[in-house]
Design a protein around this ligand. Structure first.
Ligand SMILES: C[S@@+](CC[C@H](N)C(=O)[O-])C[C@H]1O[C@@H](n2cnc3c(N)ncnc32)[C@H](O)[C@@H]1O
Length: 263
């Protein structure tokens, strides 16, 4: 896999501060960083600009990642709705299924999903950030049905999956990337299988948190508000017509669960 010259320079730029942090890191952090640095060195996948420029603190910085990768933190960020939203995803899959999770999720989401699929199932988790791949591999190390790879969600494996579960990824990517990801993920679903998208949605006008969420989205989540104006099906392209779409909103419409079942 060969990267462009520009890509190689970006990789180096990412790697050097990480290696420096690794040398200075406390013992439990060092192996994770070593895994991440090795993964990055052997891969041509590039960290996209939007991730580097907007979310570097959340997903590329080892210390922050370790602080955030805890279920109580995820529960707090989702205003106490994480358990309910995860339960919606788990209700859509069956033991023995082959499922793709195209981006890492902090906390227990991937473990819960892998356990729901059971030893006869298979969970393929991927993420574009080496650090997230390393953290997720460690979280799932004892579950033989789970596998974690470095990969762009817009280029899923060629296999056909029983289900694809996209949990709070779309609001973190620019609109053209939303379209690429949704279309690619739908393409990875087998006939009769489903894609499950969980993400933000436009809250009701009288929602008590609306002014606060306005502020958060303006300051920290510049690509999220597009989901207030567009349905996830709008990003599907022509492939979307081959799916039956079902949408549920929760918590005063602040969150949406969209299930697209392939005919
Ligand atoms: C699923 S989203 C947000 C999840 C949620 N905020 C949480 O972790 O609780 C976060 C992940 O998406 C990853 N990501 C962003 N763009 C991606 C892409 N194009 N392909 C794969 N992973 C991507 C980031 O590296 C990050 O690990």
């Amino acid at each position: 896999m060969g990267g462009s010259m520009d890509g190689e320079m970006r990789q180096k730029a990412w790697l050097e501060p990480s290696v420096a942090r690794m040398e200075a890191a406390p013992a439990p952090l060092a192996p994770r960083l070593a895994d991440a640095a090795a993964l990055h060195a052997e891969s041509a996948a590039e960290i996209p600009d939007y991730l580097r420029e907007v979310y570097s603190w959340a997903y590329l910085h080892p210390t922050f990642a370790l602080l955030l990768d805890r279920q109580p933190v995820v529960e707090a960020i989702l205003w106490g709705n994480a358990r309910r939203l995860i339960a919606r995803v788990l209700a859509e899959v069956q033991p023995g299924w082959r499922v793709l999770q195209p981006a890492a999720v902090y906390g227990t989401f991937s473990r819960q999903l892998a356990v729901a699929l059971g030893p006869t199932g298979r969970l393929d988790v991927s993420d574009i950030a080496p650090l997230q791949v390393a953290l997720t591999r460690r979280k799932l190390a004892d579950l033989r049905q789970a596998r974690v790879d470095l990969r762009d969600a817009a280029s899923p494996p060629r296999s056909r999956y029983d289900a694809v579960t996209c949990f709070f990824l779309l609001h973190e990517v620019p609109d053209p990337m939303k379209s690429r990801i949704v279309a690619a993920l739908l393409g990875a679903v087998r006939p009769g299988g489903k894609a499950v998208f969980v993400d933000y949605h436009r809250p009701r006008p009288a929602h008590l948190l609306r002014p606060f969420m306005d502020l958060i989205f303006a300051r920290l989540e510049p690509f999220a508000r597009a989901l207030w104006h567009h349905a996830i099906a709008d990003y599907a392209g022509p492939l979307g017509a081959g799916f039956d779409w079902r949408k549920e909103t929760l918590f005063g419409d602040l969150y949406q669960v969209v299930v697209a079942t392939r005919r």
